[in-house]
Design a protein around this ligand. Structure first.
Ligand SMILES: *Cc1c(COP(=O)(O)O)cnc(C)c1O
Length: 429
């Protein structure tokens, strides 16, 4: 199978080399070194506009956890998206990227008092995950003399048919209040000072490849909106989170944003009409915005023909944990032999001292030699943002390409960064 058969979108093969955003990946590997994350600005903008076109009336909040690089957050802000943040750190980054505070929702199932105070002080909305959290937020906001707009994160009890580690809306999940407690929770919020219930929120999981669970979630959410309405609360927004999958493996199709819109908008509109209300629909795409905008470039250190043909490269689950954590598929291209025919089956492994450190298993690729540059595709979401320094490996650099230009958006760490906050007690000197 020729490699270009499976390469989609903004990537192309020219003179045998893989290009991203008109820039040669092999040259990028030379110039910036490997491993290296490379993101394409135009692709991110395109992805956002695709969702905006599918949901012209919805408010879109970018899930910062997918990729929190400041340059990428600035692009998201310029395209008019709000943000879904999960910590005071992500909140700080979103505000620094000049995402307007009224478009930020502070989410999380275990917020500290410090987190809640940060939310109150910055004037963002809060997605409250429990009745106890409503009480805690109320007293912090009240003491501060503020009024915080809140939604409750609801557990809609829906199976999204995705990997168990990223199914978040199951009855057994740690997220959200059980849907049968929703009325009670809003009643409580109504009675508490300092918080105003204005929305309702759910998020059923991630990398979901069918629209049915989303339709089911919207149906369930609208019955809850009705219950809340019976308390005299007219909600301003219904936030259905995200989880829209992407076709990591081109043989497994994923629904597009317009497929999603076709599945959920008629239900949403019909229910709004039935209830005589007009809340705003919110979505929180993370993966769809950034995943396919980015490649991880790695270089081949060594090749070993053992019970499999192992290609050992300079990045493993320290920089891309998805294959290990979620059994995820990422397509791999030999960037300097991108139009060469497949020659044999390889297993691509990282340098980490764990036998599970496998990036890609049993892939048909062109004959690989030491020094070749491999591109791991679709690594813009939950790639760098989930990276670590495990095994004493400083994190790599990130580059943004835009119309044929490449700029560093994060320097590679060095050994100094391994020591950054370590302190050696004097007696051990
Ligand atoms: C992670 C997360 C998202 C983003 O999910 P994707 O699958 O990346 O689109 C949105 N909302 C919440 C609450 C999340 O936790």
């Amino acid at each position: 199978m020729p490699a270009e058969f499976e390469i989609a979108g903004h990537l192309e093969v020219r003179d045998g080399h893989l290009h991203i955003g008109d820039v040669d990946c092999v040259e990028l590997a030379e110039r910036f070194g490997t491993p290296l994350y490379v993101s394409n600005e135009q692709r991110i903008r395109q992805n956002i506009r695709t969702i905006q076109r599918a949901f012209p009336e919805a408010h879109l909040l970018y899930a910062v956890k997918a990729n929190g690089n400041l340059a990428i957050l600035r692009i998201v802000a310029q395209e008019g998206m709000g943000a879904d943040v999960f910590s005071a750190g992500e909140l700080y980054l979103a505000l620094l990227a000049r995402i307007p505070r009224e478009k930020i929702l502070f989410n999380g199932n275990s917020k500290s008092d410090h987190d809640l105070l940060a939310a109150v002080e910055s004037g963002v909305m809060v997605s409250v995950d429990s009745e106890m959290e409503a009480e805690r937020l109320s007293s912090i906001a009240h003491e501060h003399g503020s009024e915080v707009r809140i939604a409750f994160r609801v557990n809609p009890d829906i199976s999204p048919m995705t990997h168990p580690n990223i199914a978040t809306g199951l009855r057994s999940s740690k997220f959200g209040i059980p849907h049968e407690h929703v009325r009670r929770a809003y009643e409580l919020a109504q009675s508490l000072p300092g918080i105003v219930p204005v929305g309702i929120h759910c998020h059923i999981g991630s990398q979901i490849l069918s629209t049915e669970p989303f339709a089911e979630a919207v149906r369930r959410m609208m019955t809850l909106v009705e219950q809340v309405g019976e308390l005299g609360i007219e909600l301003e927004f219904v936030d259905i989170g995200s989880g829209l999958g992407i076709p990591y493996d081109k043989r497994v199709p994923a629904p597009s944003p317009s497929d999603l819109a076709r599945a959920v908008l008629p239900i949403f509109r019909e229910e709004c009409e039935r209830l005589g209300i007009s809340p705003t629909l919110c979505l929180e795409p993370g993966r769809y915005v950034v995943a396919d905008s980015t490649v991880l470039l790695v270089r081949v250190n060594t090749i070993k023909h053992a019970h499999a043909s192992f290609v050992a490269v300079d990045a493993g689950f320290n920089l891309l944990v998805r294959p290990v954590m979620y059994d995820a598929y990422h397509h791999v291209v030999v960037a300097n032999k991108a139009d060469a025919p497949a020659a044999q089956k390889y297993t691509i492994v990282g340098p980490i001292c764990e036998s599970g450190d496998i990036l890609a298993k049993d892939r048909w690729l062109p004959a690989i030699e030491r020094g070749d540059v491999l591109a791991v595709l679709d690594t813009g979401a939950y790639g760098f943002s989930m990276s670590s320094q495990y095994n004493g490996r400083p994190r790599c650099a990130e580059v943004l390409v835009s119309n044929g230009r490449a700029e560093l958006i994060r320097r590679a760490e060095g050994v100094d960064d391994l020591l950054a906050n370590q302190l050696l007690p004097e007696r051990l000197l």
